[in-house]
Design a binder for this molecule. Sequence first.
Ligand SMILES: Nc1ncnc2c1ncn2[C@@H]1O[C@H](COP(=O)(O)OP(=O)(O)O)[C@@H](O)[C@H]1O
Ligand SMILES: [Mg+2]
Length: 245
Amino acid sequence: MSIIKVENLSTAFGDNLVHNNISFEVNKGEIFGVLGGSGSGKSVLVKQIVMLNEIQKGTIKIFDKDISKLSLDETKEIKLNFSYLFQFGALYSFLNVIENISVMLKEYTNLPKDLIEKIAYTNLDIVGLPKRVAKLYPSELSGGMKKRVALARSLAMQPKILFLDEPTSGLDPASTQQINELLLYLKNSLDMTTVIITHDLETIKTVLDRFIIIKKDKIFDGNISKAMNSDDEFIKDFLTNKKAM
Ligand SMILES: Nc1ncnc2c1ncn2[C@@H]1O[C@H](COP(=O)(O)OP(=O)(O)O)[C@@H](O)[C@H]1O
Ligand SMILES: [Mg+2]
């Protein structure tokens, strides 16, 4: 069942055409990848889906609703189903780990304090971090730990759709692998659909169920074995990391 449906999306900034008539669907429960070179409009595309950027041309449907035709209340309601982890998604440096994880719960729910703390600790555990880091500040964490805390913060809202913009960028190979394992674990244990922007070949090969590659047009839509069998030179180079991504 499709949970996100993008139809004939075109986006231009001045004379910079970024998306040319792109259509695709994301199915419920899958880990879906948005791939493409640097500047190909991956972040803009995801921001349009989460309603941070305007849709210039085409339609985006979420849960079968055209998101450009929602009332204010409907918009609020749909947004409660999303969590969006920004590229370079930063933690608040003046809040400790558990406070960072609690931020959205405090902002968007009326849950009592002790329950919020419980949920925060549960999510700390889900992303594989020990209790002892709860009171540490971001400056005291490694890069991989920061990403985990940011992920825990996104998961705390129990989103139906989780959006991750380059969740492993800037991480060393070991931390990248840990995040990849975590994403797979989450897929098998939570009832959630995930949309990931990534350049990481391991993520592409081991985590994604399906992905698109965009380069103004959508140039690929399918799974890794289909991509591996593609005759397209760009896609071949892309998947062997020969092309600058
Ligand atoms: N608000 C904006 N105004 C003008 N140009 C923009 C804006 N947002 C993004 N762009 C341009 O759109 C293109 C795609 O950007 P982006 O989606 O961030 O690429 P990426 O695929 O690397 O995430 C880039 O050329 C970028 O400069
Ligand atoms: Mg980007």
